[in-house]
Design a binder for this molecule. Sequence first.
Ligand SMILES: [Zn+2]
Length: 673
Amino acid sequence: MSIIGSAACAGSSGSGASSPAATAAPAERKYLLERVDDAAVVQLYADGFAELPLKEKTLVWHLYQAALAGRDIFYDQRYAHGLEMRDVIEAIVRSKNAGIDPATYAEVLKYTKLFWINSGPFNNLTARKFVLTTTPEAFAAAAHAAEKAGARFPLKNGETLDQLLARLQPMFFDPNVDPMVTNKTPSAGQDILASSANNLYVGVTMKDLEGFKEAYPLNSRVVKDKGRIVEEVYRVGGRYDGEIRAIVQHLEAAIPYATEPMANALRALVKFYKTGETADREAYDIAWVQDKASPVDTINGFIEVYLDARGIKGGWEGLVFYVNREKTTEIQKLAQNAQWFEDHMPWDPKYRKQGVQGVTANAIDVVLETGDSGPVTPVGINLPNDQAIREHYGSKSVSLTNVNDAYDKSTLPEFRSEFSWTPEEAARATKWNALAGDLTTNMHEVIGHASGKVEERLKGNPQAAIKEQFSALEEARADLVALYFLPDPKLVEIGLIAKADQDEIVRAEYEAYTRNALVQLRRVRQGTQIEEDHMRNRQMIVRWLMANTKAIDVRSRDGKTFYVMTDPVAFREGVGKLLAEVQRIKAEGDYSAAKQLFETYGVHFDPKVRDEVVARVDRLHLPSYTGFVMPRLEAVREGGAPSGAIADVKISYPEDLSAQMLEFSAATRDLRQ
Ligand SMILES: [Zn+2]
């Protein structure tokens, strides 16, 4: 499970107050590179990479290639037309000097940047489609100019450029064709799969799946073909054969440079990619979770289930990272005390786990994120998602230190002042939100997701009972654990915060969490409901507290709405009550209670308030979400020959989204088909 990052968003952004000396950044380097509509584009830095020994750099190099090799899988999973559309707009963007009308070129470039940031034509947070704002005629003229200048388009056999453009016109221009990538709450009578435009199901409804048992739940596309339901398995020889073969080849090249526990995990992953069998995926999960000490690690596969309205199919992602030692010491204090926190959870003692084990917590610096994890990246990750493996073998948590740092460094100060009721509140946010955000992210991952147990009869699989409500419920549970323990003296005792600061840190975090329920509405510019699971969970918690405690006031001044946290004691008490109920719902698999909780507090909102928030952020030009430009690696070969042994791996920072995305797309072009 991952926490999606967002600037100035409690529980998901921020960094420690100090940077480790070894990774001190040049003062004047660029974080915020550009604004594209309501997205910010930010450069990610991985300062510790240059100091890694050559063996680890070489390992990272091969894993980086493996993460790139799968990038296009996620584009295709998100939308069946995604790669074709990307080929068309990239052909135009590459033809800057082809005599294309400058206004048209600028529009196509803007659309293409949004397309890259969101891995297709659907907004990452709202799940809604965005469209080209040129006319189809101007778009066609640009394409023809590009073709004349030598650009290649993805023409099917015998197809002309005009036929291609006509075929894709509804996808580029019509917001009502495939309007949402994932729709968990369609209007009455509509099916969650049929009304979701993603490519995880073809012609299949929930009704079709009644009584159908998937053999490959996580890693298959389900297709209805002449009335028959078929699973197309993601594996070597199956769907995405070309990409998966390349991933396997790079993983195999990485194995000689890995520690023994990591090599075991990589071998298990290769086996899973070859067979696609659930038993092999489980073996991989176990091997991965048992590798607790390797300095370099990767996540590569079909992992998170947010893209699927059913919450079953995994979106492909690739992450490569190394451990940030200094920051890791802090997190490990939480992990070492995991049993203490478990024993003090405010829920029914029968849902407390005994012998909490294997919570491995690392602060990491990311070198590359692709697919479901980049360019829009989480700030914290806890895996594996398989509940049975979590209960028997534990889980690994990582906090993405350099991502948090880049969020913090690129946040505009107006963000905090505009939505704070008093200057003191804004000052508290500036002073403490980075530290508090780091701490709550770590608690969310390390003692949140890893906690609690469910009733035996659910067989370690509460997802199956709680269905499309599960992800949001589980994110809420982890957030609530962090909010609940933040004021606890235990945090002072284990040295995570100073006693003198704790009250102010708690207040700053509760205020920020409360404000966020209002501020996050800026991301849902159309419609009146929230789709993204982390946003649902945060909305639900704050609105539940408003309805059931006296901790939060809704105030207004000069026609502006403010959510004001007034009573931290009442806030914490409410959090404890809600957490007990959320854990009960998960443990019992109480679907109807989960649905009612989110339908009442987490999904629907007042569009008038949203419009006001949007007007306020637009007036200040504040971004709604962030896409990251990743570090770039280059292998230096002995003798300069492509086949020579790797003598060094150089890291650099492109500071240019377009250059990086065009380079990535070119690198994997041959793997398709
Ligand atoms: Zn989470």
